[in-house]
Design a protein around this ligand. Structure first.
Ligand code: SAH
Length: 439
């Protein structure tokens, strides 16, 4: 979502004659768009600011200005602290107010001191954003939902992104069509709880995510639809049916479970237990047997015992994930779990994370090896490092390298997977396959 937000900031700043540059050195403005989900992310902001300060100073020495800004959820949660610790920062603004950027830039260039805007405004930023201009790599992100009302005890999102909000259907369709016209072949629908989507539509009823996906699938030129991130307890029949019926909906789902222990899930306030998650996976596999699952795991949540951890390992072995993210529990100020006792020792967290990662890596490697010899559609998104090489994504988000003519860029091509490497697959073009689509 930060990528989407950064793109919108770029759109907003274009009329003020700002354009993207590759390096901060010499830039007229640097915006750090931040994440607050784990502690490390917040600390990184301060070290980045320290690194940027001399660049700002050397511009100032030449009589030029560099506007330095911190955006995103660290700004939302720690705005005052940023200004106190790094008073040379010009603008600090949260994820809900970046539509006011032009106004903030005007203020920052005129007034002394920093501009701070961490409101949760009553107006929606989406009503003020210019038309989407940027589409990267033929695969675009589109925010359809924001915020979270679930209040998992470990999570800071409800406090930084605010409560759940769904954009109206029409607005999303206009943006999706424009993305397709601008060259997007794939759209990933985004939300902190994307499947809690319930957008206003014409007619008496709100639409859920499944209905929205069906409509987006009608857009000319779009070959692929994905969505992220889903909350297990919000997966409904309509969404499962979309996985059955919508050809463009990729057979890949990121569905965070966090833990395999019911005791821990309950302490996390997750609203689903392990067996409900298993049932959900079964229902998804029943309609889409080829679906690949990915998940998030937290180890060392307060009170997590060896047995709780073993239940997580058992669940992973049983379900089988083709990819996953795993984290050590990181106490976030102001969240209930930060105060829970006992907190788990760092060395225990480290060991559990290593064990968990080994198991998840083994499953991912096995899945990748299993792909060797198979033919699959790959969206060719960018140039590879070698001459004549293109890089794309499989339906399962695997990176795929292939020798292919440049004019296949931006198309979905049928590729035969030849080998599996640590972070990617290598493939060859199935030249005589009629399924090569130049959509
Ligand atoms: N909406 C999704 C979560 C997305 S947040 C859901 O409800 O499942 C991304 C991931 O960051 C979470 O799934 C979780 O695994 C991790 N995370 C969030 N807060 C954390 C914390 N305090 N410590 C460690 N990991 C955390």
């Amino acid at each position: 979502m930060n990528v989407y937000d950064s793109d919108r900031m770029t759109d907003l700043l274009a009329p003020l004659c700002y354009a993207i540059t590759d390096t901060a050195d010499g830039a007229d403005m640097v915006i750090l768009n931040t994440c607050h989900i784990r502690e490390k992310a917040a600390e990184k902001v301060f070290s980045e600011l320290g690194r940027l300060r001399p660049l700002k100073d050397s511009k100032a020495a030449k009589g030029e200005a560099m506007i330095l800004a911190v955006a995103g959820c660290v700004a939302q949660a720690a705005g005052e602290e940023i200004i106190a610790r790094a008073p040379y920062v010009d603008m600090v603004f949260g994820p809900q107010t970046y539509h006011r950027l032009p106004e903030m830039v005007a203020q920052a260039t005129r007034k002394v001191g920093s501009v701070l805007d961490t409101d949760f405004p009553t107006e929606s930023k989406f009503d003020y954003l210019p038309k989407t201009a940027r589409v990267e790599n033929n695969a675009a992100f589109l925010t359809v939902q924001e915020g979270c009302d679930k209040f998992c005890t470990f999570c800071v999102v409800p406090y930084t992104r605010g409560s759940e909000f769904s954009r109206p259907v029409d607005e999303i369709l206009v943006e999706a069509r424009r993305m397709a016209e601008n060259g997007a072949r794939e759209i990933t629908l985004l939300g902190q709880n994307v499947n809690a989507y319930h957008g206003e539509a014409t007619g008496p009823k709100e639409w859920g995510l499944g209905r929205l996906i069906r409509e987006i699938a009608e857009i000319d030129g779009l070959s692929r639809i994905r969505y992220s991130t889903s909350y297990p307890a919000e997966v409904d029949d309509e969404l499962i049916a979309a996985h059955r019926d919508v050809e463009q909906l990729m057979p890949f789902l990121h569905l965070p479970i966090q833990s395999g222990s019911d005791r821990v899930l309950s302490a996390m306030n997750r609203r689903h237990n392990a067996s409900q998650y298993r049932d959900l996976v079964e229902r998804l596999r029943a309609v889409r047997p080829d679906i690949g699952l990915s998940s998030d795991f937290i180890v060392g949540f307060p009170g997590e015992s060896e047995e709780d951890f073993e239940q997580t390992m058992a669940l992973i072995r049983e379900i089988g994930f083709i990819q996953a993210f795993s984290f050590k529990y990181s106490p976030r100020p102001g969240t209930p779990a930060a105060m829970m006792q006992p907190q788990v020792d760092e060395d225990i967290k480290t060991r559990r994370l290593a064990e968990l990662k080994t198991l998840l890596d083994d499953q991912q490697t096995a899945f990748n090896l299993d792909c060797v010899g198979k033919t699959m559609p790959v969206l060719l998104e960018k140039m590879g490092r070698h001459e004549g090489q293109l890089v794309g994504r499989s339906p399962y988000m695997q990176l795929v390298h292939v020798e292919a003519p440049h004019d296949l860029m931006g198309t979905v091509a049928m590729l035969k997977i030849d080998s599996s490497h640590s972070n990617s697959l290598a493939a060859t073009l199935v030249l005589d396959d009629p399924l090569i689509r130049t959509a």
